[in-house]
Design a protein around this ligand. Structure first.
Ligand code: HEM
Length: 409
């Protein structure tokens, strides 16, 4: 039986490199250059995370895949509070911060909603929302901030409709979500945002019990709460996880993906000029690999002494998984720093790997496959409305991207 000794307390370790490191202003799509050095060096680098914790960084593709699939690593926030940004009293644990079997007990109640088949059935609906926000974008500009008019509203509305959360409340949940995604958010702000979001969803769950609709929350109540498998609070927490994970991530992929295509016009032509869904699907996989927006969110604790890539890691030590670095590993992806929409990028780890691999990946794919080509085709003269150097990138957030994307056409 291992103990929850915390080997990750902040120390004065000022000599340790900061994780994830600083990106080069010349290529905002590339991971911080220091990560390429970590990938080439022997062993694992010891790093300081943005919350001051000390961890081993795992920068190589093979190690990331092997270790994320290893049951000797834990994501359990009760057992290892150092994995939690904030301890919330009175809220159930979120399933991404549980280990199996508890994790899979909750996750299983949701997987049916996110199968490829279920999500494909949503595609026509996603397409009509894309068209709606495209028209609204055109009516609002040029110029417009594409994050505000297009990249954020599409996934936000898709996830609201799926869950049964009134989209009229989007300002409420988007601001709380953004607070939780910001690395510099104080404990008090984080607790307040999380408490408000949870309270809001718990009220909604109770309302849906009285007035069910055709949505995920109502289905969870009818199928799982009634059967005694989940409590109202479990449903509120699962909804909070999905709401939070389901729109900021995809929104940043739409915005940063658009920017990467504007900066690589020949690649943009590949998407614009094809009517083959397979070409679009492959292009989306490559953008996911190349951009790897999950820059700072995969953390675990070793529950036993283990060896990673020949390097010993002790029980209780924390690990952070370098998804952006792993996806640029030349031993797996030829000329990995090049955006090549024709390559087969399907082995990427942009959605993580192992039991916690992204639950919403099929949905994210459909949204990207619809949103990116529609934008390029409807606005063939789309261009940045400010120089690239003036853009503000999301170095300060757990999920990378651009804060605003001013465009014209
Ligand atoms: C392009 C968009 C997205 C990216 C890049 C992304 C990335 C990721 C990554 C890297 C993980 C693994 C975290 C870990 O192992 O600690 C993850 C987990 C997760 N994602 Fe996504 N995600 C995206 C979209 C979505 C969407 C649309 C949803 C919901 C509808 C979603 C829901 C989740 C959930 C619930 C988990 C936790 C799964 C678990 O712990 O079992 N994600 N995502």
């Amino acid at each position: 039986m291992s103990t929850a000794t915390d080997q990750t307390q902040p120390n004065d370790g000022t000599s340790l490199p900061d994780y994830p490191g600083t990106r080069s202003p010349r290529c905002p799509f590339d991971p911080p250059p220091v990560q390429a050095g970590w990938r080439r060096a022997d062993g694992l680098p010891r790093v300081r995370l943005s919350n001051g914790r000390i961890a081993w960084a795992v920068p190589r593709y093979d190690d990331v895949k092997q270790v994320l699939g290893d049951p000797r690593l834990s994501a359990d926030g009760h057992r290892f509070p150092q994995l939690m940004e904030t301890q919330q009293h009175g809220q159930p644990q979120a399933f991404p911060r549980m280990d199996d079997p508890e994790h899979s007990r909750i996750r299983r109640t949701l997987t049916g909603e996110f199968t490829v088949k279920r999500v494909e059935a949503m595609r026509p609906h996603v397409r009509s929302l894309v068209d709606r926000f495209l028209e609204e974008t055109i009516a609002a500009g040029p110029p417009v901030d594409l994050v505000r008019t297009y990249a954020l509203p599409i996934p936000s509305l898709v996830i609201s409709l799926l869950l049964g959360v009134p989209y009229d409340d989007h300002a409420f949940f988007q601001t709380r979500s953004a607070t939780l995604m910001r690395k510099g958010t104080s404990q008090e702000e984080r607790k307040a945002a999380s408490g408000e979001l949870f309270g809001y969803l718990l009220d909604l769950v109770k309302r849906k019990e009285r007035e069910p609709g055709d949505d995920l929350i109502s289905r969870l109540i009818a199928e799982r709460v009634v059967a005694g498998e989940l409590t109202h609070r479990d449903v509120a927490m699962s909804s909070m996880v999905i709401l939070h994970a389901g729109h900021e991530t995809t929104a940043n992929m739409i915005a940063l993906g658009t920017l990467a295509l504007l900066e690589n016009p020949r690649q943009a032509d590949r998407i614009r000029d094809t009517d083959d869904p397979k070409v679009v699907a492959a292009a989306v996989e490559e953008l996911l690999r190349y951009l790897s927006i999950a820059q700072d969110m995969l953390v675990r604790v070793a529950t036993e002494d283990i060896v990673i890539g020949g390097h010993p890691v002790r029980e209780g030590e924390m690990l952070v998984f370098g998804v952006p670095s792993a996806n640029r590993d030349n031993s797996v992806f030829d000329m990995a720093d090049v955006l090549d929409l024709d390559r087969d990028a399907r082995g990427h780890v942009a959605f993580g790997y192992g039991v916690h691999q992204c639950l919403g990946q099929s949905l994210a794919r459909v949204e990207l496959q619809e949103a990116l080509p529609a934008l390029l085709r409807r606005l063939p003269d789309l261009r940045l409305a400010v120089p690239l150097e003036e853009l503000s990138f999301r170095h300060d957030m757990v999920v990378y991207g651009v804060h605003e994307l001013p465009v014209a056409w």
